[in-house]
Design a protein around this ligand. Structure first.
Ligand code: HEM
Length: 235
């Protein structure tokens, strides 16, 4: 798409309303008894909305989140945007003024066991609390070696060796989180996961401790691309 003709983020959001509903053109042959003629009539049929688990993250000059810190932790960098917008669903193309967009879907859990899942659900807070004016988007990719492991081998590294869930649990409900998976989307995505967090200003130090703790784990030896984007928004 020609960047000068690209729609703004707001226009893209409006178009998203259309894009997230798929329209089909159905045609049917009809016979008129009155005139004795046949006609082909076509009409649009709207299907159900597209995947509600899909989110698009737009690095741009507009959007509710102001980027306050931006660091390439490992791997290839991406351009640093001034702001971040988070859109539910897909966008028709890169909005005007945007540097990049990343897509991911929320999904079922892979590693947590029944009691861990119950504990998470009883403790975790939803994103978007008024006091949660601080946020982080941390896109992550794991290396080919990780993806050749079996599910049980990955669980052993993720939890038995690295205690990811147990460590993270200590920060609930102060830190709210949403994990987006990218590997199963249609196109080749630059990251495997888009991890999103929000928290109050008073919990910013705790979030630093959490991220630092996770980065020392066995699991993180498999991370080969990671960008740490910190941001704030109006309460
Ligand atoms: C706020 C505390 C946190 C908790 C409670 C938490 C919990 C979890 C849980 C339970 C899963 C596995 C879900 C499943 O079974 O599929 C998970 C996955 C993941 N988390 Fe966290 N997490 C936290 C913080 C973080 C942070 C700060 C990061 C990034 C720096 C992060 C990055 C990831 C990634 C990349 C995955 C996907 C791992 C994979 O499937 O290979 N998490 N987290």
């Amino acid at each position: 798409m020609d960047a000068s003709n690209a729609p703004s983020v707001d226009e893209s959001r409006r178009q998203t309303g259309n894009l997230n509903r798929r329209s089909f053109l159905c045609c049917a042959a009809t016979w008129s008894v009155a005139t004795g003629t046949a006609a082909l009539r076509c009409f649009a049929v709207e299907s159900k909305p597209m995947n509600p688990r899909l989110f698009t993250f737009v690095g741009a000059n507009s959007g509710p989140w102001t980027v306050t810190r931006f660091k390439t932790v490992v791997g290839d960098p991406i351009p640093e945007p001034g702001r971040l917008d988070i859109v539910s669903g897909a966008l028709p193309g890169l909005p005007a003024g945007a540097q990049w967009m990343l897509k991911g879907v929320t999904s079922n859990v892979r590693y947590v066991e029944k009691d861990e899942k119950a504990e998470l659900e009883s403790k975790q807070a939803a994103l978007g609390r008024p006091e949660a004016t601080h946020g982080a988007l941390i896109p992550i990719r794991k290396n080919a070696k990780w993806w050749t492991l079996t599910q049980s081998e990955r669980r052993a590294i993720f939890e038995e060796a690295s205690h990811h869930t147990a460590v993270g649990m200590k920060y609930l409900p102060a830190i709210a989180r949403r994990l987006h998976h990218c590997r199963d989307l249609e196109g080749a995505e630059p990251f495997d996961f888009l991890t999103l967090f929000d928290y109050a200003a008073k919990d910013a130090t705790a979030f630093e401790d959490l991220v630092a703790a996770l980065r020392t784990t066995e699991e993180w030896k498999y991370v080969d691309r990671e960008i740490d984007i910190r941001m704030t928004r109006q309460g």
